[in-house]
Design a protein around this ligand. Sequence first.
Ligand SMILES: Cc1cc2nc3c(=O)[nH]c(=O)nc-3n(C[C@H](O)[C@H](O)[C@H](O)COP(=O)(O)OP(=O)(O)OC[C@H]3O[C@@H](n4cnc5c(N)ncnc54)[C@H](O)[C@@H]3O)c2cc1C
Length: 349
Amino acid sequence: MGVLVENDSPLAPLTTLRLGGPARRLVTAHTDDEVIAAVREADAAGEPLLVLGGGSNLVIGDAGFPGTVLRIATEGFALDGTALEVAAGETWSEVVHRTVRDHGLAGIEFLAGIPGSAGATPVQNVGAYGQEVAQSITEVVAYDRTADEVVTLSNAECGFSYRHSRFKAEPDRYVVLRVRFRLEDNDGLSTPVRYAETARHLGVEPGARVAVGTAWTAVLLLRSGKGMVLDPADHDTWSAGSFFTNPVLTAAQYESFRTRPGTEDAPAYPAPEGCTKTSAAWLIDRAGFGKGYGGGPATLSTKHTLALTNRGSATAEDLLALAREIRDGVRAAFGVELVNEPVMVGVKL
Ligand SMILES: Cc1cc2nc3c(=O)[nH]c(=O)nc-3n(C[C@H](O)[C@H](O)[C@H](O)COP(=O)(O)OP(=O)(O)OC[C@H]3O[C@@H](n4cnc5c(N)ncnc54)[C@H](O)[C@@H]3O)c2cc1C
C-alpha cells in the first residue's frame, strides 16, 4: 500500500472525542519498516512526533499538532497455541473478539469493547472489569528512538502499574510495533470473574468461571449501558472513556479524606504500598456533577459520570473548561486532586 503523507490534515475525525486542530503533516504507515522510517525521518529533522492509534485516549488542542502525526495502520494477528502476537495497528476490540469467538481462549475476554489499537494497550496498561493487559502481556516489541533500534521488552521491563507503564513514563522514547500475549486455554472457560458488578450480572459468585463467550457478551452489555462502546450515533460515546483515573491515596491522605463529611460510604479498595484507591466517579457525583452535567457543547455523559463528552460542536477548550470545573469542584469538596487519564496534546488540564 505504501506510506501515505498528507499536509494540514484534520485530526478531529481521527479521535473519538472528535475535537482538536489539524496535523501539520499526517503520515499513515502500514508496515513496521514504514513506521520506523517515518520516526527516523521526523527525529532526524528535529520534528515533533505524535504517535496515533485509534485516537480514543487523546485530547488534541484546538491549535492542532505542529509536527508529524504518525498513524499506525499495521496489520498482523498470529496465534500459536496460547501465544498471541498482534501488530500495533490492529483494532483491539477485534483482537479480543477473535481470541474469544474463533479460539475460545481466555485472558483478555473482560477487555472486550475497549476502543483503540492493540499497540496502545501497553501504554496505559489498559484495564476493565478486573482484568488488565499487564496480566497477559509477555513481551512488547518496540522501536526505541533513543537507541535507534528495535527492542523486545519483557513484561517486567514494561514497568506496568495501574493505568501506567514505562511507555507512558517515557512518552517520547518507544513506538510499540508488536505486542505478545500468553492467553489461557481453560476448555472454553473464562478467567475467574473478579469484578462484583460482572459477577452480579452473570449471576455467579466472584471468583467463578463462566463460558468465555458469556463473559465477553456480559462485558459488552455492561459497557454499552454506560456509553463505553463506540457508537457514532450516540454522543455519550464521543469521549475518551474515563476522563479521570481513580485516585490512589496514601494512608495519610485517606485518613484526611475520611474526616470530610459525607465520605462514610466512599468506595475504598486496597492498593499497593498501603495505599487506598477510591472512585473518581463517586467523587465527581458527590461533588455535585451528576450524569449529563454541563449546559454547553461539552457535558458529562448522560450514562456515566466519568466520561466527558462532545455533544457535536465542542472545541478542546470547551471540554477542558468542563474538566477544570470538575477537578476544582472535587478538590474543594474532598481535598482530592483528580488526574486526567487521556493524553493531552498541546494543552494542559
Ligand atoms: C468509549 C471509550 C471507552 C474506554 N474504555 C476504556 C477502558 O475500559 N479501559 C481503559 O484502560 N481504557 C479505556 N478507554 C481509553 C482508550 O480506549 C485506551 O486507552 C486505548 O488503549 C487507546 O488506544 P488508541 O489506539 O486509541 O490510542 P491513542 O488515543 O491513539 O493514543 C493514546 C496514547 O498512546 C500512544 N500510542 C498509541 N499507539 C502507540 C504505539 N503503537 N506506540 C507508542 N505509543 C502509542 C499515543 O501517542 C498516545 O500517547 C476508553 C476510551 C473510550 C473512547
